[in-house]
Each structure stands twice: as structure tokens, then as C-alpha cells.
Design a protein around this ligand. Sequence first.
Ligand SMILES: [Zn+2]
Length: 280
Amino acid sequence: MVGEKADYKLILAAILLFSGLGGAVKIVGGILYGSRALFVDALTSIANFVSIIATVYYYRKSLLPPDLDHHYGHHRLGFGGAFTTIMAYSFAAGLSVWELSSIEPYKVSPIAPFYAFLGFIFYAIAIFLSKRAGEYFAPYAVFTVSELIESVTVIAASFLGSVYYYLIDYAGAVVIVGYLFYELYDIARDFIKVMSDIAPEPSLIKNIRREIEEIGLKVISIRLRMIRRGYYQGDIVIRVDPSMSVEEAHRVADEVERRLKEKYNVDVIVHVEPCVSMRS
Ligand SMILES: [Zn+2]
């Protein structure tokens, strides 16, 4: 276990190093060699760097057990990563629009595409490492692939911009900013959805209902809300024979809670009602 932890820290450090390097060469290339496409791409790289730090930080926080100030656990602290990502990319998007707001002619140095290419190599290494690091980094790897696509766009745009016409480089920058806004829209929409106490798929409710009915209980209502992906909390109302002792009803409720937790990773409070029609 100790070795696993050390490995994880080493891989994380390597991912941060290479994505940091990727961002750094893009900034230097964008500022020194006049490519606006590269400069805008560099801003998204910085946002990407901030995002991964925040994502790892809040993911670890979200795993903490319940305590005095978080009675239900810390699951939703995990959204801190997505929230920070939205803020960082929004900042980069605003700055990019400002950068592109003046269209005076400029000159792109032929060295700019080489810096873009260097950035591409560093990001490719970071993604390669994050794919090897297991499912924990899978979302980051997917997300960072867009950095590669941006890099390719910048290599082409800055090269053509230096050889032919600066406006080709400018157009590349506009494409990247456009894509940035699309990404922001996508992340923000998903963020609002997962934050909205959304109910699970109807099939999960169906399975849970069947599971309870198999124990021989009558289900009156099931209410579930997503706390984070794959984990739900809620309450379930069941009816039992009114002659049942409090002790027995309590045992039944416990049994339902335990089964649902084990099988579906669902935390529920079970409310027991006496079934009037069972009386006769
Ligand atoms: Zn707490």
C-alpha cells in the first residue's frame, strides 16, 4: 500500500511537471514569437493546470468520512474541482477575447510553430502518464486530449501565419477561443445538472422497488437524489403488518437499508407505516 501511494504521488508530480512545461513553452512562444493562436492556447493550458490541481485536491477532500460539520460525508466537496475548472477557463476565455479584440497587423516568427510543437510533446507525455495512472485520472486524460487538438490547430495556424499571412494565425486563435466557449458551456451544463439533486435512472428505482418487494414488503414511495456520480441518498416509505412489533419493524427497515447500500451504493432512511388493509 505504501508503494502504491508513493507511485501515485510520483505519477501525479510527473503529470503536473509535463503539463506545466507544456503551458510554459506555449506562453514563452506566444509572447516572444508573436503568435496569438499560441498565446490563447497558452491561456487554456494555464487553466488546465489549475484545473488538475483543484480536481485532485477536492477529490481527496470528498473521500473524507462524515464529521462534526459534514454529517452526510464530504461527497459534494468533489464538485470543487469542476467549479474551479469553470472559473479558470472562464478567466482564460475573457482574457483571450480581450487579446483578440484589436485586429492590427502583426508578425508571426517562424519559431512560433516549434514552441507549439514542443507544447504538444509535453502534453502528449502528460496524457500518456495519466492514462497509465488508472481510472482515477481518466477524466483528466479525456479533458486534456482537447489540449492536443488545440496544439495541432496552433502548429498549423502559426506556421501558415508566419509563412503567408498573420490573419491565418489570428483565425486559429479565434477557433480556439470558440472551442473554449463550447467547452465552458459543456462543463457548466453538466455541473448544474449534477448539482440539481437529480433523480437516478428509472431502471435503478425499478430494481430497488423489486428488491424490497422480494423481501415481502409493500413500497409506498421511493425518493432518491444523486449526491455524486454513482452514489445516491434518499428515503423510502414501506408498509408492514400493523401487528408487527416495533423491534421487528425496526429489523425489517434495517434489512432494507443494508441491502440497498450493499447492492446499489444507495443510502436511504426507511420510514415504516402500518398497513391498514392487513388488519382483518
Ligand atoms: Zn467536514
